[in-house]
Structure formats: C-alpha cells, structure tokens
Design a protein. Structure first.
Length: 119
C-alpha cells in the first residue's frame, strides 16, 4: 500500500506525462496542417480581368507550402517569406498568364490571370 504523499506524486507524474503527450500530439496536428492544405498562391498584381496600358507587367504575390513555382512555364523564385515579383511582357489585346506551384508531395495549384493590354 502506498503512503498518501507517494500516491499524490504518482498522480502528479501521470498528469504531467499526459499533458506532455497531448502537447506533442497537438503540435504534430498543427504541423501536419501544412501537408494537408498543399500549396497556396495569393496574387497581389495584376488584377485578374483588368486592363493595362503598359506592355511591361509586374506579376507579384505570395506562395506558401511550395517547393517550385512557374510563371508561364518558366521557373521563378520567391524570397524567404514566399513573396515573388516577376516582370513580364504582354501582347496587345487579350493575354492569359499562368501561375503554377507545386509542393514537395506533388500537389499542384494553378491560377490563370486574364489581362487586356490596350496601347
């Protein structure tokens, strides 16, 4: 039979181990969220469906959870926080710009940006 103070120590140890295990499980779920969500693309400019008056266009935005990113099938780079800024020439009239990203597990996301260039 355990003495009362030993019984309390056992309960306290069990409680501390339980809290530690729950914290580890919670952290694991939090980190797994990135894997489940896959790659994400946010576009800052140009405005999809907009009209531009300069044939030199800056495509900018932010990508997260990616291992590679392409603008019109050309690899581009991001900074440490996932922000990208790329210059692109557009033709007179209707243009479709394709932005693709892929994560290390092969999940892909694609955005098509339609702009009209008026001279």
């Amino acid at each position: 039979m355990l003495k009362p103070y030993e019984d309390g120590k056992l309960i306290l140890k069990t409680l501390m181990v339980g809290i530690f295990v729950l914290c580890l499980i919670g952290y694991g779920i939090f980190q797994a969220k990135k894997i489940v969500e896959g790659p994400e693309l946010s576009l800052y400019s140009p405005t999809p469906g907009g009209t531009v008056t300069d044939n030199r266009l800056t495509v900018s935005g932010k990508a997260s959870n990616i291992s590679a990113i392409w603008l019109n099938d050309r690899p581009i780079v991001t900074d440490e926080s996932g922000v990208f800024n790329e210059k692109l020439m557009v033709y007179p009239g209707y243009n479709i710009i394709t932005l693709k990203a892929e994560d290390k597990f092969g999940s892909r996301v694609e955005k098509k940006i339609e702009v009209v260039y008026k001279q």
